[in-house]
Write a protein that binds this ligand. Structure first.
Ligand code: NAD
Ligand code: DAU
Length: 351
């Protein structure tokens, strides 16, 4: 596998995946195929944009011709598919775009890969990056999600991801397309769009704005530092067994309210404020519709079969994350002002 297409590479996780692939595989070409929706930000890849093995193609995964031409042009033999609509709250407001990108886009990508490889699946890989939300919601005293937990998605986002998982699996069983998949828990770290809990709250704490906690803040999530997810993806791409699914998680469950209090206190310490000051910003608001109570991953399969474990403890991860957002305030300002959307034009169209 020498020419790797990463879809959604300008997003949060995709940008870390691209960096890991370029760093750990000198000589391999990495092609970033991204539509640059509101979530796509080429500033995330500033540090690699001049790497001779990195290429960017602006395109929609739903576009049959553009996808096929890109696969041919770069002689793609591996696809790491991350492009998606990814935010649950947006899926509740506007489900249709989730169906278009996550279901139709994924099916198009599968169909174009099949056409491009034309029956020669030797040393080819189609890797679908998915979410633990497909398994539904756990009670507080339930055990963990494993690879054999039945699918039970509850939001339009998780239903669209569950459907895309099934379509990927169907291309393996029907046509023998060499697929692998992973389902991961909540990621946090640098470059995450500040609509998601951790970067939104870091930004609000810094600006002394209210912190909107949904419901009572009792919902539990299993948090994983994004670079650990990117390393797991790279491992699965090269060492994972065709046809298999791997669950990825941080063994790191927190109720939202406990996590938010830690974030407040760590931000106070970082900013030299009195510890406890930012907790006054916590504001309980109307709950998210259909809010899943708990996600938690049993990651023993990837640990046993591929030797992957998260490298970072949560305390270190959250401190690194705070430090990144505070030392990259320009990134945060460009995203919140919308300035980031002109980066492609400035860097690519005028070249
Ligand atoms: P993100 O929203 O930050 O980035 C998504 C990227 O996909 C953006 O660059 C966007 O421009 C691109 N994109 C969207 N629609 C497209 C289309 N039609 N054609 C081409 N590109 C398009 O998402 P993320 O948080 O980095 O998540 C990446 C993947 O990982 C998603 O598939 C998501 O379901 C999955 N995932 C995310 C998490 C998490 O905690 N963020 C956890 C598990 C799995
Ligand atoms: O589990 C993996 C999933 O994690 C990914 O598949 C999704 O792409 C990703 O967005 C994430 O989904 P969540 O809905 O869990 O993440 P979010 O950051 O939106 O919310 C985390 C928790 O915090 C959730 O219980 C809702 C709550 N929340 C969120 C926001 C944005 C609040 O209480 N207030 C908020 O303002």
């Amino acid at each position: 596998m020498n020419n790797i297409l990463v879809t959604g590479g300008a997003g949060f996780i995709g940008s870390h995946v691209i960096r890991v692939l370029l760093k750990n595989n000198p000589g391999k070409r990495v092609i970033n195929y991204d539509k640059l929706t509101y979530a796509g930000n080429l500033e995330n890849l500033k540090d690699v944009q001049d790497n001779e093995n990195y290429f960017f193609v602006k395109g929609d995964i739903c576009d049959e011709r553009n996808v096929f031409e890109t696969l041919n042009k770069f002689d793609i033999d591996a696809i790491v598919h991350l492009a998606a609509e990814s935010h649950v709250d947006r899926s509740i407001e506007d489900p249709l775009v989730f169906v278009k990108t996550n279901l139709i886009g994924t099916t198009n990508l599968l169909a174009q890969a099949k056409k491009h490889w034309d029956g020669d699946f030797n040393n080819k890989r189609f890797y679908h990056v998915s979410t633990d939300e497909v398994y539904g919601s756990l009670d507080l005293d339930d055990s963990l999600f494993s690879e054999t937990t039945p699918y039970d998605p509850r939001s339009p986002y998780s239903a669209s991801k569950a459907g895309s998982d099934h379509l990927v699996s169907s291309f393996y069983h029907t046509y023998g397309l060499p697929i692998v998949m992973s389902n991961c828990s909540n990621n946090y770290g640098p470059n995450q769009f500040p609509e998601k809990l951790i970067p939104l709250f870091i930004n609000n704490i810094y600006n002394k704005k209210p912190l909107p906690v949904y419901g009572k803040g009792e919902n539990v999530r299993d948090w994983l530092y994004v670079e650990d997810h990117a390393l797991a993806i790279s491992k699965i791409l090269f060492e994972g067994q065709v046809g298999q699914t791997y669950n990825i998680g941080g063994h790191n469950e927190w109720s939202n309210i406990d996590l938010i209090k830690i974030l407040c206190d760590k931000m106070d310490a970082y900013l030299g404020r009195e510890i406890g000051e930012s907790q006054n910003l916590i504001t309980f608001v109307k709950d998210r519709a259909g809010h899943d109570l708990r996600y938690a991953i049993d990651a023993s399969k990837i640990q046993t079969n591929l030797g992957w474990v998260p490298s970072l403890q949560f305390e270190e991860g959250i401190e690194k994350t705070i430090d990144w957002y505070m030392t990259n305030r320009e990134w945060l300002e460009n995203v919140t002002s919308g300035e980031y959307q002109s980066y492609y034009e400035k860097m690519y169209e005028k070249k």
